[in-house]
Design a protein. Structure first.
Length: 137
């Protein structure tokens, strides 16, 4: 593997973790949202990643992380009987999102650390390349 591939791999990792951070921020922003119907209530969203291996025989030209998509959680939402709430449906129920702020904060910290690790990998590869070029002087 070429040292230049390290930049592609670290870059794909940073891009993936950036998407993960944005998705987590969206989840936290909608943690207290309510709806009058089960179908319209906000559900936790999570990105799905896949590893891309650097294997010329399999046809892969680059290693790294590939974003497969974003999925909604199928965890149950909280249903509250509150007929005086302005968002209550005909039966008097209000539906709250299924976002767990504590797990989202842990997810945000993990994504932030992973992003920082990829930045460090790219910086280390850059320093190695610069030192290699200095050997010829």
């Amino acid at each position: 593997m070429s040292l230049f591939n390290v930049f592609d791999i670290a870059g794909s990792g940073m891009s993936a973790q950036s998407l993960r951070l944005n998705t987590t921020a969206s989840n936290l922003a909608n943690a207290d949202s309510v709806s009058s119907s089960l179908g319209e209530v906000y559900r936790t969203r999570s990105p799905v990643f896949a590893t891309v291996m650097n294997d010329a025989q399999a046809g892969y030209k680059q290693g790294g992380v590939q974003v497969k998509g974003i999925v909604e959680s199928q965890a149950p939402v909280r249903q509250e009987y509150n007929p005086s709430h302005p968002m209550a449906n005909n039966e008097g129920y209000v539906f709250h999102s299924n976002v767990d702020p504590m797990s989202e904060m842990a997810n945000m910290m993990s994504a932030s650390r992973s992003y920082q690790n990829n930045v460090e990998i790219a910086n280390t590869a850059k320093q190695l390349l610069l030192r290699t070029l200095q050997l010829g002087q």
